[in-house]
Ligand binder design. Structure first.
Ligand code: COA
Length: 477
């Protein structure tokens, strides 16, 4: 069977059902492609010669070019005919946005069966139906029908996001754009009549632009293959999964949404654990974990140091870490003595290391060096409190340049995750720290879960025998 790379990097795209009317799905979709797509673009609509300046033809067979991808936005009852025509023309694949298939009952299911029959007959591939398709910042392939005025589109980054739900997927993209999180590939596959999470995982594990794979799923049909694929993929790239339909009522909702069988949550949970999947329970967790896993190496163990400017946050951080089964060990007498020499007399050097509200940049910078060099922890939670008077706008730069120097000296990278609780002033510096490579979270609890993801993934890689390979490939000093 044909691979699926052409969906993400097509040379020629045709929109079948491109509309002349602003506000309609087929109009907004064409407008996005016209603005983003770097290849050749055609519209298909029997009523128009051009739409939005894009050349328009009455049918696919009239398009005077070899079309890689036909994006289909005609009503469901016309889709099978369009697919037939695409097949005859030698189109490689279809992205069917239209709803009205398996998700609406037996008649729709029959239509979907005929659609897939045509797709197979011509050796095409199919994304959808009932989906929003793909968004790839690098190639400009963007089949979403949400206008730029209403929907943010993130820039290029290391996270791939595959979603069974188009609306949720799009909303997450919008949020990611606002939060400054980059995306390598986004794919919404809807009813997944052909391309499903197994195909997507196999593709993304080989994709050089993707470092972390995130999935939103409601249910999987090819269960065994899905788990076998996950088992292989997670040895090389982290996979974070948000699985809904956990409750009986939620499972019922999933079945009428995309026609998926959500299955027993306990079975999924056990299977995910066996396959090294990091499970998220909310949108925030999905991306909290993905940013940590993309920016930081997995932890080699479960001992965590908490380095804080605020005492209370240090306590909360410790509770949160311990609740998750991680260790916050008291540092050795030797390390405590070294910390005492550089910190204020009323600072606390045991772990949490609390430099106090009288701290200046250098206290954090000296403390992190001592902590990292101690070899007594496998990860650090850093709570800088940018609003404190002695902390300067130079803190991130000074802290990170010292951290890098220490990594060179010790010959390895220890994961560091930050917490910046606060408002708009704090947010500026949190964003800056993140742009320098440290994932920053609004609360110690969220940061603790991100660290747990790094610990769990590290453990999984060690079990799989790929820890050293992974570190060497992505996190060599
Ligand atoms: N080939 C090419 N164009 C055709 C065509 C054909 N065979 N038949 C009709 N068209 C044209 C129409 O003339 C129209 O263009 P116009 O607006 O310039 O007249 C355009 O294609 C769209 O057809 P129309 O009948 O107006 O459909 P629509 O825009 O009302 O609805 C869908 C089409 C696909 C958007 C709609 O059926 C649908 O499924 N909506 C739900 C989408 C969705 O939510 N997807 C899942 C997201 S998660």
């Amino acid at each position: 069977m044909r691979g699926i790379d052409f969906f993400f990097n097509p040379k020629v795209v045709a929109v079948v059902g491109a509309s002349r009317r602003p506000g309609k799905v087929g109009y907004e979709l064409l407008r996005n492609l016209r603005e983003y797509f770097k290849g050749r673009l055609y519209a298909v609509n029997p009523e128009a010669k051009e739409i939005l300046g894009v050349p328009c033809y009455p049918s696919l067979s009239d398009v005077p070019d070899d079309v890689d991808v036909a994006v289909v936005v005609v009503p469901a009852e016309k889709v099978v005919d369009v697919a037939e025509e695409a097949g005859r023309k030698g189109v490689k694949g279809l992205i069917v946005i239209s709803s009205g298939f398996k998700e609406v009952g037996p008649e729709g299911a029959e239509r979907e069966r005929r659609l897939i029959e045509v797709v197979r007959k011509y050796g095409m591939r199919l994304i959808g139906p009932n989906c929003v398709g793909v968004y790839v910042p690098k190639s400009g392939m963007n089949t979403l029908f949400l206008s730029r005025e209403r929907q943010g589109y993130p820039g290029h980054g290391f996270i791939a996001f595959a979603s069974q739900s188009g609306a949720f997927g799009s909303a997450v993209l919008d949020w990611a754009a606002m939060r400054g999180i980059g995306i390598s590939k986004f794919i919404s596959y809807g009813n997944k009549a052909d391309v499903d999470e197994v195909d997507v995982l196999k593709y993304l594990v080989e994709d050089v632009d993707t470092r972390v794979i995130t999935l939103y799923i409601e249910g999987v049909e090819r269960g065994r293959e899905f788990l076998d694929t996950l088992m292989e993929v997670t040895k090389y790239k982290p996979v974070v999964v948000l699985k809904s339909g956990r409750t009986e009522a939620g499972a019922r909702a999933a079945s009428s949404h995309t026609g998926s069988l959500a299955g027993s949550d306990a079975v999924y949970d056990a299977a995910f654990k066996q396959c090294g999947v990091i499970r998220a329970y909310s949108m925030e967790e999905l991306f909290d974990f993905a940013t940590a896993l993309g920016m930081q190496p997995p932890a080699a163990g479960d001992r965590v140091a908490v380095l804080t400017v605020g005492g209370g946050s240090g306590v909360m951080a410790t509770d949160a870490l311990v609740d998750l089964g991680l260790k916050v060990p008291r540092l050795s007498d030797d390390t405590v003595a070294k910390l005492r020499r550089v910190l204020l007399p009323f600072a606390s050097p045991y772990n949490p290391v609390d430099v106090t509200g009288s701290a200046v940049d250098e206290h954090l910078v000296e403390a992190i060096e001592i902590i990292l060099k101690s070899g007594e922890v496998d990860a650090v939670m850093w709570l800088p409190y940018y609003m404190v008077p002695g902390i300067t706008p130079e803190l991130n730069r000074k802290f990170l340049s010292r951290v890098r120097k220490v990594f060179q000296e010790i010959g390895r990278i220890v994961p560091i995750v930050g917490v910046a609780t606060g408002g708009s002033y704090t947010a500026i510096y949190a964003r800056e720290a993140e742009s320098m490579g440290i994932p920053m979270y609004i609360s110690p609890e969220r940061a603790a879960k991100a660290i747990k993801a790094l610990v769990d993934y590290g453990r999984w890689l060690k079990r799989s025998g790929t820890f050293d390979y992974y570190i060497e490939k992505y996190f060599r000093v």
